[in-house]
Ligand binder design. Structure first.
Ligand code: DQA
Length: 143
């Protein structure tokens, strides 16, 4: 059975409450349910983790080595700042897909660089929460 890790960065636990005009009204728990349903339907194992702390994300990426077949990652604000997350993804070399709920390409200048994205094989940007399922489907088709 394929095994994937979904990582979410800071403030994504506030989905549904946080800037709903940008990120929608669906909560983080509903995202977890959507992913669990997808995993059940596909006979795939998916673990989801969220942290507001950069080092947690680095630790989880490192611990994924030899355990998971791929990573879906929305590093949230750390997308635009974290060389540590980029280096961790490069260190483990697992197939990774970058997800952003909003279309960052049409937002502020400071969101136009993605460090983590440089280590990702595929990018799903601006597809809302469905983007996580698209990312998992991409991993399933390509790993
Ligand atoms: C985000 C976009 C980031 O720029 C932002 O800091 C987030 C969420 C997204 O999913 O659209 O926290 O990654």
């Amino acid at each position: 059975m394929k095994k994937y890790l979904v990582l979410n960065g800071p403030n994504l636990n506030m989905l549904g409450v946080r800037e709903p005009d940008i990120y929608g009204k669906t909560g983080y728990d509903s995202l977890l349910s959507m992913i669990a349903d997808w995993a059940d339907r596909g006979g795939v194992a998916v673990d989801c983790r969220q942290s507001n702390h950069e080092g947690d994300l680095v630790d989880w990426i490192q611990a994924a080595y030899g355990v998971y077949d791929g990573i879906v990652i929305n590093p949230a604000a750390y997308t635009h700042t974290s060389v540590a997350i980029l280096d961790a993804l490069k260190a483990v070399g697992l197939p990774a897909v970058e997800v952003h709920i909003s279309d960052v390409t049409k937002r502020e200048a400071f969101r136009q660089i993605s460090y983590a994205g440089m280590a990702c094989r595929h990018h799903i940007i601006g597809h809302g929460l469905d983007g996580y399922l698209e990312a998992l489907s991409w991993l399933l088709a390509n790993t």
